[in-house]
Design a protein around this ligand. Structure first.
Ligand code: PBG
Length: 329
């Protein structure tokens, strides 16, 4: 501790006495460079469909996507995360639509890449849950989510997404060993410059409810995801997960959800000195949105919350508020 003197010589309020000195002594900053905007896409034409559980968030058809992305580039958002609403007819127990080079995510990625090249990064989730009829992230065998069987499919899904133009592969499935096998598959297919952002620490959380509604897996999900996503009572285990994924080749790691896990973000950053992303998930978004007063969202609450991620040590934040708040920064 470096403190000199004591009251009345020492007065910490001197550093807060007006705006210019508060600006000079500010310890953390939030900028548009910190924000990742998730976007939801849907089949069809000329569609912008509100998502009931996430006020202010829409599903867009592909003909509307480039216009949307153009606006995000204009305000300086560095990366988008693409999530598909998959119609029931494309879902089955194997999640085989994940391996269709012409699935919605691949088409969206190609459309955006073709138009905007490297003006914005594209991140895609690797996991089977949008595509499985049971809503789980992996393949079910003998009533279990089979880890090793799932890995084979995930590594193919990653290569297909990279081929479509995805810059950042983001495995969100929580299978063991996925980072190594995905890295290997990407490298063998000449995608050694495609990054991996591992959802290394993903908790089995009740905060994902609105998202599952947004991608159309909520009603389908049988049981819970506790055999692969983490128990929210645990923090040592989070460090083991991160350590494992770094050894396997993760370039960046994610902690998810965000606000209830600031301690984990801080621990991971301090221990591993790797780029850490926080995911302010759908349930966190909806909580804030539902506190709307007189028709306006309290932007100060959003800013204060986003800064808490920076203070905890996050480099970037995946947030449904990205574009709204970027305009205020
Ligand atoms: C899919 C996935 C989920 C989210 C991102 N990718 C849901 C889940 O694991 O059930 C949640 C995002 C959010 O709630 O905003 N594996």
């Amino acid at each position: 501790m470096i403190t000199t003197g004591k009251y009345p010589n020492l007065r910490l309020r001197r550093n807060r006495k007006n705006d210019w000195i508060r600006r000079l002594t500010k310890e953390n900053a939030l900028s548009v460079d910190d924000l990742v905007q998730p976007i939801f896409i849907i089949e069809g034409k000329n569609k912008k469909i509100p998502i009931k559980s996430m006020p202010g968030v829409f599903r867009y058809s592909l003909d509307k996507v480039n216009h949307l992305v153009k606006g995000l580039i204009k305000i300086g958002i560095p990366m988008i995360a693409i999530f598909p609403y998959v119609e029931k007819k494309y879902k089955n127990i194997h999640g085989s639509e994940a391996l269709n080079e012409n699935n919605l995510v691949c088409r969206a990625t190609r459309t955006i890449k073709k138009k905007f090249k490297d003006k914005i990064g594209i991140m895609c989730d690797v996991a089977l849950d949008p595509y499985t009829s049971h809503g789980h992230d992996g393949i079910i065998k003998s009533n279990q989510i089979d880890n090793d069987l799932t890995l084979k499919i995930l590594s193919k899904q990653a290569v297909i997404q990279a081929r479509a133009g995805c810059d950042v592969i983001a495995p969100s499935d929580m299978m063991d060993g996925r980072i190594a096998i995905i890295r290997k598959a990407l490298d063998e297919n000449n995608f050694n410059s495609v990054s991996i952002l591992s959802y290394a620490v993903k908790y089995a959380s009740s905060y994902y409810g609105p998202f599952r509604d947004a991608v159309g897996s909520k009603k389908l999900l049988k049981g819970d995801k506790k055999t692969y996503q983490m128990d929210y009572s645990n923090s040592d285990e989070a460090l083991r997960e991160v350590s494992m994924d770094i050894k396997e080749g993760a370039d960046m790691v994610m902690v998810k959800p965000g606000l209830p896990y600031l301690d984990i973000i801080s621990d991971v950053k301090k221990k591993f000195k790797i780029p850490v992303f926080a995911y302010q998930v759908s349930g966190e978004y909806s909580l804030i949105m539902n506190s709307i007063k007189n028709g306006t969202v309290n932007e100060k609450i959003i800013l204060e919350t986003l800064m808490s991620f920076k203070r905890a040590g996050a480099n970037a934040i995946v947030t449904y508020f990205a574009s709204k708040i970027a305009k205020k920064l």
